[in-house]
Design a protein around this ligand. Sequence first.
Ligand SMILES: Nc1ncnc2c1ncn2[C@@H]1O[C@H](COP(=O)(O)OP(=O)(O)OP(=O)(O)O)[C@@H](O)[C@H]1O
Ligand SMILES: [Mg+2]
Length: 295
Amino acid sequence: MQGSKRQNTTDWLISQNKYQSKKTNQKAKTISITAGKGGVGKTSVSVKFARMLADKGYKVLLLDCDYNLSNTVVKLGLPVTNQFYELISAQKEFEDCVYKEGNLHLLSGCNGNIDLFNKSLEIDRIIIDILVNHEKDYDYIILDCPAGITKETLTLNAYSDYRFVVVTPDKSSVTDSYSLIKILNKEFGVNDNHLLVNKISSDAQYQRMVKTLSETVESFLKCRLHILGKIEKVEVPVDQFDSLLLDQANSSLHKNFTKLISKFTEEIEGTSGRDESPMYAKFSSRAQNENRFTI
Ligand SMILES: Nc1ncnc2c1ncn2[C@@H]1O[C@H](COP(=O)(O)OP(=O)(O)OP(=O)(O)O)[C@@H](O)[C@H]1O
Ligand SMILES: [Mg+2]
């Protein structure tokens, strides 16, 4: 039963042409920012990574997969809209639903949209359909995933080229992320993930977490955990965190992110052997709605 379920998922992922995309170097690298537990910093990491990659000259799409509790717009200080619903119900084109700030494009979700709430959606397929139609136009696509281990979220994680599992020193965060990595491995055949430790208070604490998690994952699951790095816990009032995150380029928080991004881009440029130069020229005006998955 498990085997056939996995086979179906694998067939479907292949049918979405994902494996071919890895060979052709024509498409964006998709990164899921994910975690078992809520509140660990997924949206903060997504928004900051997207902004910094865009500042480096890459063309970036940030896609909010928390599709009816969207927080990316809130963090960026933008208004909440219903454009995600309008896109997937074919009332609007992708181009008209994306907020653009230089190289950074944002497809936000809705927030408490009743029509969206009342639809029974295969949100994983809808989002993968959006990716398939637009991954040629970007260097990176960042998926800000909702917390938890729903089938939909894990399918999006499995579809992605990279998964950044965000963990905090809270024991339940570690336990829940281990569960996420385990199900990704057992049900989807995913055997490598990146670990990003957020809200760290000391280097000793970070080292302990890395040791515990990587040993557990490697010995019990035979999975690889790439250690991306840490982000310190900053002691600012909660309502000032977002402006520190996005505005203060000289803060130690910003320096933490600079290190993480350099490590990641060096890793993938070093190992893939692919040309990683930004693809501005590839931002084509091709028809966007072929094969669109609508509700
Ligand atoms: N490094 C940090 N230091 C201090 N506070 C942080 C840090 N990272 C995130 N936070 C705070 O943690 C809270 C949760 O952050 P965020 O919304 O990014 O998490 P999330 O994982 O996306 O949550 P959800 O599961 O609800 O989507 C926010 O109040 C944010 O300000
Ligand atoms: Mg979030």
